[in-house]
Design a protein around this ligand. Structure first.
Ligand SMILES: Nc1nc2c(c(=O)[nH]1)N[C@H]1C(S)=C(S)[C@@H](COP(=O)(O)O)O[C@H]1N2
Ligand SMILES: [Mo]
Length: 359
C-alpha cells in the first residue's frame, strides 16, 4: 500500500493543506484527503449550545438547533470546491499569500438543507440585497484592529438558488471539524471562499456587505492596493491541471498515461485538449467522468514518447460556451483564479542507451 497524505502549506495559526492531486484516486475526494483552507485557528464548537440564527432584513428572525435542521428535507449536490488561490505559485510573477500548487481543490457530495427553504421560513424582506454568512472562527488580521470573524456575502439570486446548501454531510458522513462541523454553506460553482464553514449566523442586508474577506481579500486587484477598482470573485473559471507527470520528471522512452482534472464552475466542460510540443499541436484527451453540474472531470491521454528529449506537455479545457483557458491568466496582486493553460516540462530519456554506455 502506498501512503497518501494531505500536503501542508501553512501550519499555525491557520492550517492549510493541499490534496495530493497526483494520486487522482477517484472523482470523489475521500474526506481525509479533501484540501483544507483556513484563515484562523479552528473554532471550538459545542453542538448542543450551537444554533443557526437568521436575522437582519427578515420578517421573522428564527433560530434552528442542529437536530431541527437534521429533521428537515435534505438534498445531495455534488460540487468541486476550488480555492481562488489554487495554483497561485504557478504565476510567473509571484503574488503574496499561501503558495498553493495544484491541490487547493477537491470534490465531494454535499447533503443538507436548501438555504432557500430556511430563508423562506424567515421571510426575506423585499429591501434585502445580499445575505451575509458568519462562521464561528475569528482572529486578528494584520491590517485591522481587534478580533475579526470570517464573514462572506452572496447576492440574493445565488443564495436562493436551489443548489445552494446548508450542508450537514460530506460524502455521507457528518461534516468533520476541519470542514465546518456542525454546518457549512456550500455554494456550487463559486470559488470556495463563499462556502462558509462553522456557520452560525445568517443575516439579510440592504447594503452591499464590505467585510474584509469580501472587499479586501478575494477581490481582483490589477494593481496592488487599487481597491477602488476591485472586483469580487464569484464563478470559478474554466480550468484544468495535469496531475501526472510532474514538473521536471524523467520518463523512459515508451507509452505514458498523462492524466489530470478539468473543471468549469457553473458551466460544463466541453473538451480537454493536450499538447506534447508546447502548444504547437493539440489532441483531444479522453474524458473519464460523466458531465455532472459543478463537478470536475478526470481526463487521460496515452502518449507514445518514442524520441528522447525535453518536452513541454500542456492541458487546455474549453467550456460549453466555447471559453478556453488562456495561455497566461491575467496576473493580479492577490494571485487569484490562475487558470493559465497548465504546462509541465518533462525529459524523455532513452534508458537503454544509458545502460549500453555503462555496460
Ligand atoms: N468559517 C470559515 N469558512 C471558510 C474559510 C475560513 O477560513 N473560515 N475559508 C474559505 C476558503 S478560502 C475556502 S477555499 C474553503 C475551504 O474549504 P475546506 O477547508 O473544506 O476545503 O472554505 C471557505 N470557508
Ligand atoms: Mo479559498
Amino acid at each position: 500500500m502506498r501512503d497518501i497524505h494531505l500536503i501542508p502549506v501553512s501550519y499555525y495559526p491557520s492550517e492549510n493543506l493541499e490534496f495530493p492531486l497526483i494520486t487522482a484516486p477517484q472523482t470523489i475526494t475521500p474526506n481525509e484527503l479533501f484540501y483544507v483552507r483556513n484563515h484562523f485557528d479552528y473554532p471550538k464548537v459545542d453542538v448542543d449550545a450551537w444554533t443557526l440564527s437568521i436575522e437582519g432584513s427578515v420578517n421573522r428572525p428564527i433560530q434552528f438547533a442542529y437536530q431541527h435542521l437534521k429533521s428537515m428535507n435534505t438534498v445531495t449536490v455534488p460540487a468541486t470546491l476550488e480555492c481562488a488561490g489554487n495554483k497561485r505559485s504557478l504565476f510567473e510573477k509571484k503574488a503574496q499569500g499561501n503558495q498553493f500548487g495544484l491541490g487547493a481543490i477537491s470534490h465531494a457530495e454535499w447533503t443538507g438543507v436548501r438555504l432557500r427553504d430556511v430563508l423562506e421560513q424567515a421571510g426575506v424582506s423585499p429591501n434585502a440585497k445580499e445575505i451575509v454568512f458568519e462562521g464561528l472562527d475569528s482572529g486578528q488580521r494584520n491590517d485591522m484592529d481587534g478580533r475579526v470573524f470570517f464573514e462572506r456575502s452572496l447576492p440574493l439570486e445565488k443564495a436562493l438558488h436551489p443548489d445552494t446548501l446548508l450542508a450537514l454531510e460530506m460524502n455521507g458522513e457528518p461534516l468533520s471539524d476541519k470542514h465546518g462541523f456542525p454546518l457549512r454553506l456550500v455554494v456550487p460553482g463559486f470559488y470556495a471562499v463563499a462556502s462558509v464553514k462553522w456557520l452560525h449566523r445568517i443575516r439579510a442586508v440592504d447594503q452591499p456587505f464590505k467585510g474584509p474577506f469580501q472587499s479586501i481579500d478575494y477581490v481582483i486587484l490589477n494593481k496592488p492596493n487599487d481597491y477602488k477598482h476591485a472586483k469580487p470573485l464569484s464563478s470559478v473559471l474554466i480550468n484544468s491541471s495535469i496531475a501526472s507527470p510532474t514538473e521536471e520528471e524523467e520518463l523512459a522512452v515508451g507509452t505514458h498515461v498523462i492524466y489530470g482534472y478539468a473543471w468549469a464552475g457553473e458551466q460544463s466542460i466541453w473538451k480537454v485538449e493536450v499538447s506534447m510540443d508546447n502548444g504547437k499541436h493539440w489532441a483531444d484527451a479522453n474524458i473519464l467522468d460523466p458531465d455532472v453540474p459543478y463537478s470536475w472531470r478526470r481526463w487521460s491521454f496515452d502518449w507514445n514518447a518514442d524520441k528522447p528529449g525535453p518536452y513541454t506537455i500542456m492541458s487546455k479545457a474549453t467550456n460549453d460556451r466555447g471559453e478556453a483557458q488562456p495561455l497566461k491568466a491575467k496576473w493580479n496582486a492577490k494571485g487569484y483564479q490562475n487558470n493559465s493553460i497548465h504546462a509541465v516540462n518533462v525529459h524523455v530519456i532513452d534508458r537503454k542507451l544509458v545502460q549500453n554506455v555503462l555496460h
